[in-house]
Design a protein around this ligand. Sequence first.
Ligand code: SF4
Length: 732
Amino acid sequence: MIENEFNRRDFLKVLGWSGAAVAVSGCGFTSVQDGAETVVSYVEANEYMVPGIGVYFNSTCAQCDAGCGISGKVREGRVLKLEGNAASSINRGRLCGLGQAGVQAHYNPDRVTEPRTGKGEKLDWEKALGQVKEKLTGVSGDEIAFLTGNLSGHLKVLLGNYMDALGSKNHYVYDAVAPAVVRAANKKAYGSEMPALRLDKAKVIVSFGADFLGSWVSPVNFSQQYAQFRKGVNNGGRGVLVQIEPKMTLTGANADRWIPANPGTEGVLALGLINALGAAGVSVPSDIAASVSAYGVDRVSKETGVSAEQIQKLATVLKERSPSLVIAGGGAEGYAHGSQNAAAVALLNQVLGNVGKTVEAPSVVPFPQLAPTAGGTTGLKAFNDGLAAGKFKVVFTLGANPVYSAPAFMKLSDNLKKASFKVALTDAIDETAAQADLVLPLDSAMESWGSLVAEYQADDAQIGIQQPLMERLYDNTRSAGDILLSLVKQQKADDYKAFEDYYAYLRGAVVQAKGALGGAGMDDDEFWNTVLSNGIVKTGNASSSLRASAAAVALPAAVAADSAFPLRLLPYVQPSFRDGRHANLPWLQESPDPLTTIVWDSWVEMHPRTAAKLGVVEGDIVEVASKSGSIKAQAYIFPGIHPDAVSVPFGNGHTTLGRYANGVGANVFQMLDPVFDQETGELAINETHVKISKVGQRVIVIKDEGAAGGSQAGKKIAGRVASNKIDLSKEV
Ligand code: SF4
C-alpha cells in the first residue's frame, strides 16, 4: 500500500505514531462476548446476514467522551439497537440511556445531508472543499482558528497535522461542562489530572457534588463500581455513600445521606473534617493541622449550614471506615474559589490515607499523541477573544456549538460575524452552523470510522475503535476523518497520497503498530479483522504514578450576596442532555429526568420554603433574571435543593437544532454571569445570582410521577402543553 519513496518516518508522523512507544508489548485481546459466533467485523458481513436474524458489530459510543464500547444489533443492513460491548473494560457490557440514543442520532430526520452554503444552496463535495481551499489562499496561519470539542485518537493527530500544514496554532478545545477545575486541582495534588477512583474498594464514599452515577466523567464505569461497592464485593461489606451538594443529583438520590451544605462551602467542610479528624486522633501533618486549626466544628457548622452533630458523625464514619474515598465534582468546582474547594477535598483524601488505596495511578494508553485533548471554557474564551479582536478570517467548528452554549456576556455570536469565512462540520444545523458560510455534513457515529481514547480509563487501557454499523443513510455525508483527510491533502498532497480515504488512514495506522498492539505474528488482515471484531484494542498500560503532596489550602472569605439577586443559580448537568447537543433526540426528551421525572421542557427547581416566600406553586411560569440575562420556565417545587438556591437544567432552549429541540425549554447558558475560577480561569458556573418573579401564567408540569393538578407524561400531552401553555391560573 505504501509507495517505496514514501519515507517511513513521514509515514509514522502522518499516522500519529512518530515518537510513540510502538514497541510496547501488547497484552492481547479480550475474548468476544457470549454469542461470539455473531460478533464479526462488518467487513465480512454479507455471509453472516440472514434475513430476520440480528448480527452484532462492535464499535465505540460517540455520545460522550467516556469511550464506552458498543455492540450494535444490525438486521437486514439496518442498525436497530445498541448494547454495551462486554469486552470493553470501561463499561463491561453496559450502556447508559444517552448511549442508547446513539441510534436515534443516526436516524434523526433533521440531520443535514448535503454540503451547503450559508444561504442554504446545496453544493457537491468538490465545490465545497474547493471553497475552503480558495478562502484559505493568502490567509496566514495566525488568521485561521479551529474550535473543537474534546478530541482524541487519530482524528486528533490528523487535525494537528492539518493545523501544522496551515501554520496555525489556533486549535481551541471547548467543553462547556468539563471537570476542568477538578483536573487542575488533581494534577497539583496527585500529579495526575484524572487518577483512577476505586469506588469498589472504598468502605465509605463522600462525594462533594460529583454526580458519578449520572453525568460525571465516566458514569457507566462508576455505576458498575458502585454496584460492587454496595454489595461489598471488594470492601468487606456494604459501602456507605454520603453526598454533599446543595442541589440533589442522581448520585445524591442514591446516597445514604444527602447533605445540602450551603453552596460554595464544600472546601470549608473538607477542611473542617480534617480538623475534626485530627482532633479524633487521625495523624495529620503538623503544617496541615495548623492550617486547618481555624476550622472548628462550630465555625464550619455556621458557614456550611451542616449541623455540628453531622460533621462529627461524618468525621467518625471517615475515621472508622477506612479506606474511604472523597471526590470533588461539578457541584464543588463551579465557584470563583472552585480550585480551592477541589484542593481541600484532595487534601482530605490525602489525610485519610486514601492515595494508593482508593485513589490509584491511572491507566494510561501508551501513545500520548492519541490521548484526549480535554478542554473547558478557557478554550472558548481564548477563541472568543481572538474573534472579538478580529484576528481570525477563517474559522472551523467541529463538535462544539458555541453560539448556543457561550454565555451572552461573551457576545460570541456577534464576534463570530467578524470572521469572513466560517465552516461548520456538523450533523445538524445547530445555532453555530446557522451562522456558517459553509456547512459540511457529517456521517453519524453509526456510519463512521474512527478511534477514541477515553480520558478516564478502567483497569486495562484501551483504544476504542469506531466502525460503520451500516451503509450511509445519505450519499453526501462524510465522516470528520474523511473531511479532515481531504483538507490536509489540499495542503500536503504527497504526504497523504497513500490514503484514499480515512478508512485507509486508520487501518494503516493501526496495522502499522500491530506489534505494539498485541498483533505480533498476525498478518495485517487477520490483525485488522480481530481489531474490528473486538471493537477495541487493549494497549497495555503506560507506566504512571501518583504522589500525595499534601499542601495547605487557603480559602477566601465568603462574599455577601447582592440583595437585588438573592438566590444562587445552580445549573444542572442532566445525564441525558449534558451541554445540550443531544436535545434534538426525542428519546432523550421523552426520558424522564431522574430526579423530577419532568419531560420535554425546562424547569426552575426551588425549595418549598423558597417557593412559599415567593408565593410560587408548581407550574407557575417564573422569570429567572441575573445581571447577565433572563429565562422563563415552569416552577418545580422540590425539597432536594438548598433554600438559598434555584436550579435550571442545561441543554434545552434551542432555536435551530431541529423539530424536537426548537422552542423546547430555556437556555440557561445564556444568563451566566462573568465570574471565573481564580486559579484556572474556567467559567464559575455556580456563581450566577438571580431573582425570581412570577409572570402570571401557570402550566401543568409534565412528569412521570404525576403532576400536581393532574396528567402524566407523554410526547403528545407534553407537546400540547409546551405549545399552548395552558393558563391554569384562570382555571384554579
Ligand atoms: S457514558 Fe458516554 S460513552 Fe458511555 S454509554 Fe453513556 S454516552 Fe456512551
